[in-house]
Design a protein around this ligand. Structure first.
Ligand code: E4P
Length: 214
């Protein structure tokens, strides 16, 4: 399973890249606004730092505007994936962008039929937001399972990015279902390394090592 970092924070991207487990980055307008930086500065820098796909989101609401934005974003670097919200005009734009060979990530997805339409439009990636579904009492990972089944049934090549991930269980479940990618905040990535038994085990080894004659 590929791991993407879900952020526009340059320092987080640099730190995570050093760990050697990051396959790509997803950004969104909220992430960008939190950095206080401008897309003109941030986007080329992120694309340079990341050896893998970098999703950059459009904000237009009609297909023509989204296509124009997508074309401009795609010019930034070869690894850009144009992120487009799942809505009627967004899907029209995805089809046009795909015809031009521009990769897309269809985002803000909350149902398997939305994911079906995105695949039919030629989306490269689909991003179901699991944590936000959990927040309203639904089961986000059940949605991932449904999308995985529908795509397998018909051989769609759209890759599933499990998004709005909140904890290591989401990551594990994504792997068990066979999702292609899990995108996560830096804080969730850090949680993947930690286990209380590992910490206690290392401490015990260090304590015992001190008793060994050197
Ligand atoms: C995915 O691509 C989104 O950027 C992201 O996961 C949004 O989720 P959140 O804002 O609920 O964390």
């Amino acid at each position: 399973m590929q791991i993407f970092l879900d952020t526009a924070d340059i320092e987080q991207i640099k730190t995570a890249t050093r760990l050697g487990v990051i396959d790509g980055v997803t950004t969104n307008p909220t992430h960008v606004s939190k950095t206080g930086g401008s897309p003109a500065d941030l986007y080329p820098e992120i694309c340079r730092l990341v050896d893998g796909p970098v999703s950059l989101e459009t904000v237009g609401l009609d297909a023509d505007t989204i296509v124009d934005e997508g074309r401009e974003l795609a010019k930034i670097a070869d690894n850009v994936v144009v992120k487009v919200p799942v809505m009627k005009e967004g899907l029209v734009a995805v089809k046009r962008l795909a015809a031009e060979g521009i990769r897309t990530n269809v985002t803000t997805t909350f149902s398997a039929v939305q994911a079906l339409l995105a695949a039919k439009a030629g989306a490269s990636y689909i991003s179901p937001f699991v944590g936000r579904l959990d927040n309203i009492g639904h089961d986000g990972m059940e949605l991932v399972d449904q999308i995985h089944t529908v795509y397998a049934n018909y051989g769609y090549e759209t890759e599933i990015i499990v998004a709005a991930v909140r904890h290591p269980q989401h990551v594990l479940q994504a792997g068990l279902i066979g999702a292609d990618v899990c995108t996560m905040a830096f804080s969730v990535l850090e949680m993947l390394y930690d286990h209380p038994l590992t910490e206690a085990g290392i401490q015990q080894f260090l304590d015992d090592w001190k008793k060994v004659p050197q």
